[in-house]
Design a protein around this ligand. Structure first.
Ligand code: GTP
Ligand code: MG
Length: 330
């Protein structure tokens, strides 16, 4: 506990005494940041109070963070908001084309979802981002660390080393800048996100990867009767992740597999089968598809990005621009 910032100590909140603090600590809520990112029902369970009181406690934590200038107030002047948004950082995906589609890269303070069928490049984008985020500012990076929450066992340190090498970065340094958490089931995945705060603070993390968001939920909640519970659990989880992006000003990137259904030739192929909860929580959604040796990305439902395609490819540099585009730009 000694490493907790004094200004973030739970008992600096009015009405939080030693007993409440202890109960919150026991539930893994160690700081005001943790309290602000916890859902009311988790707080209610931890302290054994009703939901209304838990909401109040959560609001107090948010208010304190606003005072500490670590979070936006509820009412904010639109001009201030614009100024603030200009300070949002971006991490390059490794491809200029894909970055352009995203308005410069994946944004901090937001959640970006990449969805598409198997082999469309979701995990490769995640790996490349973990390297790029560590690059110097001005070269697509934020000089920050990455957390990779791996739910499918697809994280490959060898691939990270290869991408770093191909991009002229120090392999060892890049590898040590990535914290990997293997999530074995949905409850474990939820626990990892709950405990994320400390890692983000200590390791100066600028990027959190969740690859993939819903696989465990899909596997564990089978059958019609379980759908409501699944969506509820997933909803709670995704919102906690979004709050984390906002409170810590990190880029959160989640992946979501969709099956290429035969009927999608007639319907809208950019509509994911299931995972609507993820769709509603994500700030930006990018649909990926395979096209021979290339990959095509499309921004879906963005309020201000133009609807168009970006072509990229996968090579030793991870995500990259097709050779002909790279040649044209040089
Ligand atoms: P699922 O997780 O199965 O849904 O797929 P995904 O969308 O995560 O696919 P992934 O990112 O794993 O992409 C797989 C594709 O990336 C492969 O078909 C290869 O084309 C390419 N790829 C994977 N590893 C490498 C590599 O080491 N070198 C190169 N050049 N390409 C790779
Ligand atoms: Mg994958």
């Amino acid at each position: 506990m000694s490493e907790v910032d004094e200004e973030l100590e739970l008992d600096s909140l009015p009405g939080v005494g030693p007993a409440t603090k202890q109960k919150l600590n026991d539930a893994g809520i160690l700081t005001i940041l943790d309290l602000a990112t916890s859902g009311p029902s988790d707080i209610a369970d931890a302290v054994d109070i009703d939901i209304a009181k838990a909401v109040e406690l959560n609001n107090k934590a948010r208010k304190k963070l606003v005072e500490l200038k670590r979070l936006e107030p509820d009412f904010i002047n639109a001009a201030d908001l614009l100024a603030k948004r200009k300070a949002i950082d971006r991490v390059s995906t490794g491809s200029k084309n894909l970055d352009d589609l995203l308005g410069g890269g994946v944004e901090t303070w937001a959640m970006t979802e990449f969805y598409g069928e198997f082999g469309s490049g979701k995990s490769q984008i995640c790996h490349t981002l973990c390297v790029m985020v560590q690059a110097p500012r001005g070269q697509g990076g934020l000089e920050g660390g990455a957390v990779y929450i791996d739910t499918e066992g697809t994280f490959r340190p060898e691939r990270i080393a290869e991408i770093a090498e191909a991009r002229g970065m120090d392999q060892e340094k890049v590898l040590s800048g990535i914290t990997v958490a293997r999530a074995y089931n949905s409850a474990h995945q939820e626990l990892i996100v709950k405990d994320l705060g400390q890692v983000l603070e200590q390791k100066k993390v600028k990027l959190v990867i969740l690859d993939s968001a819903v696989a465990h939920y899909r596997a564990e909640f089978v059958g019609r009767g379980t759908l409501a519970e699944r969506q509820q659990r997933l909803n709670k989880f995704m919102h906690q992740l979004l709050r984390t992006a906002e409170v810590y000003n990190v880029a959160v990137v989640v992946t979501n597999q969709v099956q290429a259904a035969p009927d999608s030739f007639f319907g809208d192929p950019t509509r994911p089968t299931g995972g609507h909860v993820v769709a509603h929580t994500s700030t930006y959604r990018i649909y990926l598809r395979k096209a021979a040796k290339n990959r095509i990305a499309r921004m879906v439902d963005s309020p201000y990005h133009p609807e168009r395609d970006a072509v990229f490819m996968l090579d030793e540099r991870g995500v990259d621009d097709p050779a002909e585009d790279t040649a044209r730009k040089r």
